[in-house]
Design a protein around this ligand. Sequence first.
Ligand code: ZN
Length: 455
Amino acid sequence: MQSLVAELERCLGAGGLVSGETAAEQAFSPWTRLGKPMAIARPRSTQEVAEVLRSAGRAGVSVVPWGGRTGLVDGALAEGAIALSLERMNAIEEIDAVGSTMTVQAGCVLERACEAADAAGLFLPLDLGARGSATVGGVISTNAGGNRVIRYGMTRDMILGLEAVLADGTVIPAMNRLIKNNTGYDIKQLFIGSEGTLGVVTRAVFRLQAKPAAQNTGFLAVDGFEALPKLLRRMDSELGGALSAFEVMWPEFYELVTTEPAAGRPILPPGHAFYVLVEALGADPEADGERFEAVLAQVLDDGLVVDAVVAKSQAERDRMWALRDDVRQTARNGPTVVFDISLPIPEMQGYLTEVRQALTARWPKAQLTVFGHLGDGNLHLIAGVGDPKARHDIEELVYRPLQARGGSVSAEHGIGLQKLAYLSTSRSPAELALMRTIKAALDPKGVLNPGKVLG
Ligand code: ZN
């Protein structure tokens, strides 16, 4: 193994490889387990990425791609492996204002890419809590979702093309910039959402959108679950498709993010059954603002909403989003298990009642905190039972009821290592067999992020 480290040091040059104790020290993330990698390779070019993969392949050592290391399913665990960090490949190569595309390297932090699009008068709609650390390569490899999926889709819907390096070092230049291109298999899709098990994403072409001139944000209180889907439908149709976020907070979540030691304070009084953050993006600041307030007045009149505040400034808008983003508060009462599930909206209430009852039957002091992107059918559940060893049993209670309700064990966080045992509850045997065929074809020696997704 010393010879592999020496070979990579030669190939990557000064600062290109971190090994030994330094690598172990740098392998830290507050979000996810990273293990102790043999070394952290920091290539500066696609060719260097290919070199790392070829060298590691010859030595029979695994390679685990690293982005911002903000994943939540241990997809970047690199115990004994070469961690392949794209951090030095972070350039924004081009913004094409006519074609509305951005060509960017995988190590670029998402927030920087969004700011660059904004500065060019365009819009990269992908937005999530980890925006300041997550990288372009990471959001592509995990097909990240986030806060505007209801309007703009997942990462998959924003990617026109990409470049990836296969396990044997072959570079796949699929840097398509066309919106319409039906020329055989859509190869980029293999690398989007496959969590670094089929190839290392090195560059990408984003499809950008028109920059919204108007952003209207409201914070609403709702007193019954049955009002939520009705409210969602009303807002979506009456805002003419401008609705870009419909984030729901259950009362336990709202209490955690509005009380000490959290920095946030209540925007609406506590005690309601649900709090909803709604946002619309449009083109006309004056008319869109009036429309937004008129729609809110109607839903208040109709009783779908019992209280509402509209943000009158960017600071007020930030205050609303800060509550939704302050997910760390859910961990303040001891160890928790974090879930990211999907299910049809009509199934949600029954499902949550079932999970809550099962948890408290087993652990009378169990806490279940719920919030999520209701418009996408995506809920985040945070379960704490005061026993760090209970993880497996909690997972069983949360995941098992999903299959019968047509749900998914992962809406946007991926499978990584944490959900391996439950992948088969969301995918059919034939689908799993096809996934294994694809993995074997692209990475026959099992070098790339081994053990993740398919086990
Ligand atoms: Zn989320």
